[in-house]
Design a protein. Structure first.
Length: 560
């Protein structure tokens, strides 16, 4: 059975109206209060003529039949209200990277055809610089963020719109209505991934029973689970990335409570721990080592009672084995779930470990619909097949990329009558059913005729105790075609020679995969969600000698 997301959340709210849905500092919204605000926003959008205009059956997979709402916000209750409110009015909201400069923002809003934008006051100046070039943009709703920025000319205050919106009957939403997630564009321009809500709900947003993986077959079975909910969850990454708002929408569909840290604009490990302690958080989210290492530092520097925490979830970036091990040493009563998925696949696989378990990086238990496709995309590979193939997903997969027929056909091929999503990760499944993830093909380094995955070199180097962070990329080489270069950030007060760093790779990767150059910098650039910025890395390693000398902290050449 297929569901619309607003239909699910509305039914849960009716079942547990007095349970807290959203908490941020002193703002505490019950499910009933949350849905009242959702309905006011939905009514405001619908009364202004925005919504659904073309049925799915009349469209190609890369086309949308709904108006689009850009969410240009830091994490806040309004972000989730806007998502659910837009779904209720049959609009399709999408995520905006708030770090974008004017040119990048212009590209995204033009590519999406956004007709409505909901934005924080802090971003008003950037939006104002490009809005004259966006003929489709008609309604601007500004959320006060205490930044002191005045109301943008032509915009309306979000709270005023909600307060004055007349409550009107809404059109019944459909499982065919879109969920849109724009990819981060770390190696290219952002792309809008189009999902049917009926597909994304079981694929990533809680539409399967946790114990069995079987999809809910009725709204009654959804509610039976939600009534037993009440867990308190803490997303720490920006909602502008899928991992965080997936966790939030999962929470609402399961009758749980979303809690935001005091400072929702950046990851602050002390604030993260304080929020867990103050709000009795049961499930918290981090993003790989970029959040895991600061969390370890905080746990070593200050006492925190995190006894309420039972599960720490990491997704969106690699959580290395040394960091997992150290976290479990300090928090032995928790379990760590390392999730694997993407904008184009939903949740695909996971690894759950507790204290005392064997700890690895890059190995997972496959989930429903996960598959390995041959390198030439002509057949499915069975577990134990020796070839390295493409990580794929079948069953509940996206429709395509907004406005791009070519990329849609390439990423979502049909093989032996089955439609797959193949976003570009290399992997294999062992004979005993373990997924071995090798890495994203777009950041693979072809060196001396061998394919080297950046992620596997990063995972090997991460074992050195002096290392705080690492990104690996390729650089043109006369001898090798391309050579592996590691950019590393040391822990405060620690240092290591090139030879000492390379010892971390011994026995973990073949010697031809070792970095040919190691560049030590004061700080590695990552997105607010902890994702590696490979464009920044490429810019650094291909800089001129003088530019590189001014940007790097230390460098050493490595013998082949």
């Amino acid at each position: 059975m297929d569901f619309n997301l607003s239909e699910v959340i509305r039914a849960v709210a009716h079942a547990v109206p007095t349970r807290e849905a959203l908490v941020h500092d002193d703002r505490r919204l019950t499910y009933a209060a949350f849905m009242a605000r959702v309905d006011r926003l939905a009514s405001a959008l619908s009364n202004r003529g925005f919504g659904h205009h073309t049925n799915r059956t009349e469209l190609q997979n890369w086309q949308s039949g709904q108006d689009h709402v850009a969410l240009y916000l830091h994490n806040c209750p309004e972000y989730i209200e806007a998502m659910v409110g837009a779904y209720s009015a049959r609009l399709a909201p999408f995520n905006v990277n708030y770090r974008y400069v004017a040119g990048e923002l212009r590209y995204l809003l033009y590519d999406s055809g956004a007709r409505v934008i909901i934005f924080h006051s802090a971003f008003a100046a950037t939006l104002d610089a490009i809005r004259s070039e966006l003929p489709e943009l008609q309604l601007l709703l500004q959320v006060d963020d205490n930044s002191g920025s005045p109301l943008l000319d032509g915009a309306e205050w979000y709270e005023d719109v909600l307060a004055s919106a007349p409550m009107t009957p809404l059109e019944t939403p459909s499982p065919d209505d879109l969920y849109i997630l724009y990819t981060g564009g770390t190696t290219g321009m952002p792309k809008g991934v189009l999902w049917r809500q009926g597909d994304i709900y079981p694929a990533a947003l809680g539409g399967r029973k946790i114990s069995t993986g079987v999809e809910y077959d009725s709204i009654e079975s959804v509610l039976e689970n939600a009534v037993e909910g009440g867990m308190r969850v803490l997303p720490s990454a920006p909602f502008m990335h899928g991992a965080a708002h997936w966790m939030a929408l999962n929470a609402l569909g399961n009758g749980n409570t979303i809690v935001l840290p005091h400072n929702p604009t950046t990851f602050d490990a002390a604030d993260f721990c304080d929020t867990i302690e103050r709000e009795n958080i049961n499930i918290a989210q981090i993003v790989g080592d970029a959040f895991g290492r600061p969390l370890l530092d905080e746990l070593d520097q200050a006492p925190h009672d995190l006894s309420s925490l039972v599960l720490l979830i990491s997704g969106g970036a690699a959580l290395s084995a040394p960091v997992k091990s150290s976290l479990l040493e300090r928090l032995p009563s928790i379990a760590i779930m390392d999730g694997l998925g993407s904008s184009e696949t939903g949740q695909q696989a996971s690894q759950v470990i507790g204290a005392g378990a064997q700890i690895t990086t890059g190995t997972f238990k496959p989930g429903t619909g996960m598959a390995i496709i041959s390198a030439d995309l002509d057949r499915r590979l069975e577990p134990g097949h020796e070839d390295l193939g493409w990580l794929a997903q079948c069953g509940r997969v996206p429709l395509g990329y907004l406005g791009d027929a070519e990329k849609t056909e390439r990423t979502f091929p049909t093989i032996d009558g089955v439609r797959y999503s193949v976003p570009g990760d290399r992997a294999r499944i062992t004979a005993d059913g373990v997924l071995e993830l090798h890495g994203r093909d777009s950041v693979t380094i072809n060196s001396g005729g061998e394919k080297i995955f950046a992620e596997e070199v990063e995972a090997a180097l991460a074992h050195h105790p002096a290392l705080y962070d690492v990104i690996v990329t390729g650089r043109p080489s006369e001898r090798w075609g391309n050579e592996v270069v590691a950019i590393v950030q040391m822990r405060d007060g620690f240092s290591a020679t090139t030879e000492e760093l390379l010892t971390a790779c011994d026995g973990r990767i073949a010697r031809y995969k070792f970095p040919k150059d190691i560049i030590v910098v004061d700080k590695i650039e990552r997105s607010p969600a902890g994702k590696a910025d490979y464009r920044w890395a490429q810019s650094l390693v291909t800089s001129s000698d003088d530019e590189l000398a001014s940007r790097r902290h230390h460098s050493a050449t490595v013998d082949p």
